[in-house]
Design a protein around this ligand. Sequence first.
Ligand code: ATP
Length: 362
Amino acid sequence: MPTYNIAVLPGDGVGPEVVAEALKVLLALEEPHPDLRFTFSQHRVGAGCYAETGNDLPESTLEACKQADAVLFGSAGDPDVRFPDGTEIAPQLTLRFEMDLYAGIRPIKKFPGVPPLLEGNPPLDYVIMRENTEGLYASRGAGVRLGDSLAVDNMVITRAGTERIVRYAFEIAKQRKGAPADGRSRVTSVDKANILKSMAFFRQIFDEVAESYPGIERDYAYVDAFTVYQLKSPAWYDVVVAENMFGDIISDLAAATIGGMGMAPSADVGDRYGVFQPSHGTAPDIAGQGIANPMAQVLSAGMMLSWLGARHDDTEAIAASETIDRAVDRALDDPKNHPVDLGGAAGTSKVGDAVAEAVANS
Ligand code: ATP
């Protein structure tokens, strides 16, 4: 069994606070999974790093990420620290391009211990696959601005980029049990194919890839309507695929339906590398207060283990990822462990302690 070398990038804002809890939980795995071994190395990244060094993603950090078996990332950025063109520091986006992490995997699953948030309390269990390396965000740092009169950003949709994310979405659907509403495997293209040529192309490629998966139903939604379906009929969805910016927006709304940004984990993976970070950002409004919810970060660490396990054919790592998922559920069963964003009073480290204890006792 390998020793996994994990590059840890806590970053800015609540990043370091929630990463500390994820590390606590990973270390607690030693008891139930004694064969699982990690080495951790910490590296600087983000707005604080930029303010001090003029670089938000030092070469040494990027190199460490590429050398590691996986990267555990907190969050990065600060609205008060910006590049000269006014855009925010976002090394997580740079990493996605540099390491070709084309698939943003965001599981949206209802936690039994979290009080229902949607009318009728529908079952919720779907995965958003966000294309991470092109789409509208491909224009980042490359858009055009003419003085004070005009600015243009382009939507970039390539055949190769769309094929690989759509194929990944169908592959994930193959491994799942289908949509909660009817148990049928289904992949939904969330786009705006009725308005934009780029999106009609995205949908055309979606259909072409879908031909290779006859056992999986194909489904479509325009992104504006999809935001309503996320609230009214989320049980219909199994796997959803979208370009970069649409995927970003629908992920945040999806997070709100399961308890907020503090509950939504994510994985950014490509064919070679994997970076695991919560869906949320630096949450500057609550940073430094010890009240951030660490669950999304902890669950992202669980996704990291599941990815490592699949990659290295390591059943122990996969079992450990399931241990984390169960421990989160166990901790949430007791409202005393509910963090502030879930209406509770537990601080960041108390929530982390509760999960670590549930892991150790599993
Ligand atoms: P980014 O642009 O970096 O994705 P964002 O604009 O989406 O960031 P977030 O930092 O994710 O913003 O925060 C959005 C809201 O969610 C804020 O009110 C924040 O306090 C809340 N939030 C984010 N993460 C957490 C967390 N871990 N625990 C509690 N609340 C959080």
